[in-house]
Design a protein around this ligand. Structure first.
Ligand SMILES: [Zn+2]
Length: 375
């Protein structure tokens, strides 16, 4: 029997020490794996070879469950935050030494986590990678999106981006310059005291009278909100909330001139501006807004809607039909108007859902626009 030599030779001792140090160093390094690819695969996505395809995979809601879409929205929020810091971050990464070159070409599908110094363990928390999304990623490069925009199909355009919340995020973050919030033909147009109609005497082209809705004036709506109002009124009635009629919907530039002048005659300019828009600045000129009234036998006034059963139902359910209460209680400093429970503005079902679920109370804040309290 031989026993191990208790004394290592100097060469073996040096090798053992080197192995010990290498093992210790490896133990402190995070594992290297493709973080974003792993997340996409978890959702059953096929990674796209293109950066734009990658962000579209995040943005698209087609074929996914609600939960999947919400996860995508979370990923998108991270991606958009990264894009917002955009070229600066990627430029810095490219010139900082480590990982240069990769930062210029990496896509959301292929980037791998870069080993760094030991970090505080945070299991389960995704670590955003600054190089994960190319600075040029934008829905405006998506052929499905641009084709829907060109066709005037607002709903299809929003779906192509991945739904109302994704659309709102893209517009508010500035990565969708092909979307104009000033285009009066769009359901997402924003008109306020700082954002006049363009042209000032704009007139909607597809005005129709809503079917099966009591109209107190011969006042039309654009076809999409007209159909939506018909559905809303029927649903409110079936729910037992009572009949909803309306007083005024589309108003032309010249009609708005008369409406506003009438208010000025009664209360002066300052008071009129809190309650009525000047011609060229009214949502009624878009054909997307309607002033509703409660009808129980005969119809009440605009002021009656807030405390009526119809008004209560509208507060809870109008968003399901694409409408929002545009001038909410206590928001005059942003919207520019006193609260108007009767004034319902159509923005389409996808955006109204995002507005409702996001808890928004002004369209200005929804799209990240400045407040518009005055002209
Ligand atoms: Zn109104």
């Amino acid at each position: 029997m031989t026993s191990p030599d208790p004394e290592l030779s100097p060469r073996r001792a040096a090798r053992a020490e080197a192995e010990r140090l290498a093992t210790a160093a490896l133990a402190t390094m995070p594992p290297v794996e493709p973080v974003t690819r792993r997340r996409l695969r978890t959702e059953g996505e096929t990674p796209s070879p293109r950066g734009q395809g990658g962000i579209r995979a995040l943005l698209s809601s087609r074929g996914g469950t609600v939960a999947t879409r919400r996860r995508r929205a979370g990923v998108l929020a991270v991606a958009l935050t990264i894009v917002a810091s955009g070229a600066v971050a990627i430029g810095a990464a490219a010139s900082a030494g480590g990982g240069e070159g990769e930062a210029q070409t990496a896509t959301v599908d292929t980037v791998a986590a870069v080993p760094g110094p030991p970090a505080v363990p945070a299991e389960g928390l995704p670590v955003p990678q600054l190089a994960a999304v190319p600075a040029t990623a934008t829905p405006c490069d998506d052929p499905d999106f641009t084709a829907a925009l060109a066709a005037g199909d607002d709903s299809a355009a929003i779906s192509a981006v991945g739904g109302g919340s994704a659309f709102r995020e893209a517009v508010a973050s500035g990565i969708a310059p092909c979307v104009s919030l000033s285009d009066p033909n769009r359901e997402w147009v924003v008109v306020n005291k700082q954002r006049p109609l363009d042209p000032l005497d704009y007139r909607a082209g597809d005005l129709v009278m809503p079917q099966n809705v009591r109209a107190l004036e011969e006042s039309a709506l654009r076809s999409a909100p007209a159909s939506a109002l018909t559905e809303l009124v029927r649903a409110a009635s079936e729910a037992g909330a009572g009949e909803i009629g309306y007083l005024s919907a589309f108003r032309s530039y010249s009609t708005q001139q008369s409406t506003y002048a009438g208010r000025v005659d009664v209360g002066g300019v300052e008071e009129a501006d809190r309650e009525s828009a000047r011609a060229g600045y009214s949502e009624h000129q878009t054909g997307l807004a309607v002033d509703i009234v409660p009808c129980d036998g005969s119809c009440g006034t605009l002021d009656d809607i807030a405390s009526s059963s119809q008004g209560a139902w509208v507060r809870d359910h109008a968003w399901e039909y694409g409408f929002i209460t545009r001038y909410a209680e206590g928001r005059e400093s942003v919207s520019g108007y006193l609260p108007e429970a009767w004034h319902q503005r159509y923005i389409g079902r996808e955006l109204a859902r995002a507005y409702h679920e996001g808890g928004y109370t002004t369209l200005e804040e929804f799209f990240g626009l400045p407040a518009a309290p005055t002209y």
